[in-house]
Design a protein around this ligand. Sequence first.
Ligand code: GAP
Length: 516
Amino acid sequence: MAKIEDNVTLKNITAHSKEYGFIFPSSEIYDGLSAAYDYGQNGVELKNNIKQFWWKAMVQMNENIVGLDASIFMHPTTWKASGHVDAFNDPMIDNKDSKKRYRADNLIEDYIQKIEGKINKEVTKAAKRFGDSFDEKQFKETNPRVLQNQEKIDRINARLKKCMDESDLGDLKALIEDLGIACPVSGTKNWTDVRQFNLMFSTELGSLAEGANKIYLRPETAQGIFVNYLNVQKSGRMRLPFGIAQIGKAFRNEIIARQFIFRMREFEQMEMQFFVKPGEELDWYEKWKTSRMKWHQALGLGNEKYRFHDHLNLAHYANAACDIEFDFPMGFKELEGVHSRTDFDLKAHEEHSGKKLQFFDPKEEKSYVPYVVETSVGLDRLFLSVLSAAYTEEKLADGSSRTVLKLPPFLAPVKVAVLPLVNKDGLPEKAREILAELQLEFNTQYDPKDAIGRRYRRQDAIGTPFCVTIDNDTLADNTVTIRERDSMEQKRVSVDELVATLREAVSMTKLLKQLV
Ligand code: GAP
């Protein structure tokens, strides 16, 4: 069988997700709500399996990491202390002709990406020309056109960084004008001024009669961990270094929410704050970088699909930061952030709350505010990475084609489908007997309708790794056929061995062992 198309687009993924019950647009009967999505019957299973893989790797396998489930609503001062009230802004700009709104920095980054595209084209051309003797590093350091373009990128990046660091919105607009950036929709350069836009959603707590308070929907789960640092440390008798992990919803009023579930206004994060002794944070940062990359690669989607992007422009509270990027259908983009956040957050909460958030170090015989290394991954982005790597269109030997989700078996929404070859002659009864046993361990589906080939296709489309077919021989010798999704190979096994065979094949433990 051959792959039909290597170029999986976001459109393919979006359409497939809807057709097969993974993701639906939110409140679709009312024409949907921009950048809000609902996970369907298969989506919720896949999402839960991803969460489980993260939770087991983080909490279950690390004796010094514990979990937390903090509330979404928090005291409003939390967000003053964290800096979100004053500085969680994106610069926005409108095109007066198309009336479309953009993030000013994104327009410039897209422009830079185009220049990077030119450099990559030069490299690909040269690689073809020089063959095995091609030295990419040397080529990039010496080719005049590449150097010229790289210099241009560096100049734009430096000016962009200055504008962002100094909140110089006037120069941000001037940069857009100097680069001649036009609106992708209207094609004109008729821009408004750049304005700051706070990304936090706010609402009111309590009725007006009681005197309502403005509160926020949390824009990250991390602050729920910081404000509980002492509760967990004391009640769990935790000693440094230790971590607190949490999975939960976060909300951001993104100016441009786009690219399906890549950038949403309501999304889920899986975050872990690791509290360490000051001075040890950069070692832990390196350890967590390596450990998180290993975790992603253990999913088996292809190591070449991941890369680090070290931040050169650090936020004021960080002394090291990087993204783990994934090769999404729209190119390499941020999947996870690993940040060394110093003692910024705990110190800020100490100042605003007047409570000490410290650790008494028995060896040093003194108290101090721990430093923090954070790992923060978007669950929805992770979902998209898994789905886009798994989505495959194949041409089969008989000329037909199939769409198959080559999901890692332990993540598949349905682990095994039970299919009586015909819906009569005692086969459904035997199939249901087998189903009942399998249901005790696995998420299963029972499908007695249509030709067997069509039933296989339906299971391929949702990524079911195994189909078990019950036929007349099953009644005679208590054996069934197991059909494997990717190879489509079939083998005969005894019903007595079925559970053990499947258990081994869909085991998450195997994957977790790679992380030890
Ligand atoms: N506590 C640190 C923090 O929130 P971040 O880089 O802003 O850092 C962490 O977000 C991760 O959350 C990102 O790497 C991304 O995977 C995910 N994320 C952020 N904004 C998102 C959005 N609007 N939609 C979906 N995922 C998002």
